[in-house]
Design a protein around this ligand. Sequence first.
Ligand code: NAP
Length: 332
Amino acid sequence: MITKQIVLASRPNGMPTLDNFRFENVELDALKADFVELEGLFYSVDPYMRGRMNEAKSYVAPFEIDQPIEGAVIAKVTASESGNFKPDDIVMGWLYWQQKTISNSKELQKIDTTIAPASYYLGILGMTGLTAYFGFTDIGKPQAGEAVVVSGAAGAVGMVVGQIAKVYGCHVIGIAGSDEKAKRLKEEFGFDEVINYKTTKNINEAVAQCCPKGVDIYYDNVGGEISDAVIANINFKARIVLCGQISLYNSKEVPTGPRLEPRLLTKSVLMQGFIIGNYASRFSEGMSQLGKWVKEGKLKSTETIVHGFDKLPTALLGLFKGENTGKMIVQA
Ligand code: NAP
């Protein structure tokens, strides 16, 4: 059987373009014992994939030129040689960007679509939800009444962080890239204030106005000048959760900013980075807590669904232009 796949055609220099990807037809392997045939339903596009397009060594290996891109995919079993899966089961796995694929069943996880729609397992009940939960609770150590600032607030991780912060009784300030996103965060997702970083002239002053007693927790998804402005308002014994630095992922040179260390030192601030894989042994705890909050209506999800397998590269590039609100997902 022939199927379509998307490979990395070339490495980007700065902002990636569609030319960095190529579509190819490949023949599927024969189905052997313990393997299943899958049809992709929902594909996750995530900012970390930009790092994998570079050659540089990191916590995940780079994508290889002329080899398929891979990521989290929700798929339907269409044929099975495994006792654990039958046709029509819905599974999640780290799979190639292929319309159909043959996968080792041991690398797949069955998902329960009676609890939540399948696509939630790529977002609020998946990697981005877990990232929000562990980064915020384990490193942020929130206390009721504290002032929390979240950058990248209208994205998959940020939106969940803000809602969890409300569950803990915090005062929550989001930073996002449009008035429409700001309105939704306040009206639908319970954020107290949202700063539009694209139209606000002085973000430092805007943060000071929203947090007159200083920022107790800064959950950072973007880095760069936005972080400089938030950290200028950091409080004594604050916690800075370094989750992502998306504003720097396409930089050709590392930009320099103000020296932050004296401020961190004099304010006794903890700044800690993390990779969600660090929490792998606690994923079931995170999933059950997130699932409980979703069921209780304390956490809401929103997704930007792009339709069509061929749109995967466009959707990935869209993350760097703010084209998503909530989790960006491609539906085949
Ligand atoms: P996302 O926020 O759903 O999507 C990216 C968003 O980032 C865009 O919608 C855009 O929103 C904003 N953005 C893009 N370029 C920007 C720039 N130059 N300056 C400021 N904002 C910019 O993505 P996500 O999946 O939730 O990931 C958020 C961050 O967490 C990323 O940095 C990601 O790498 C990181 N992450 C880390 C881990 C971990 O294990 N540490 C796991 C998952 C994600 P606006 O319209 O607001 O600009």
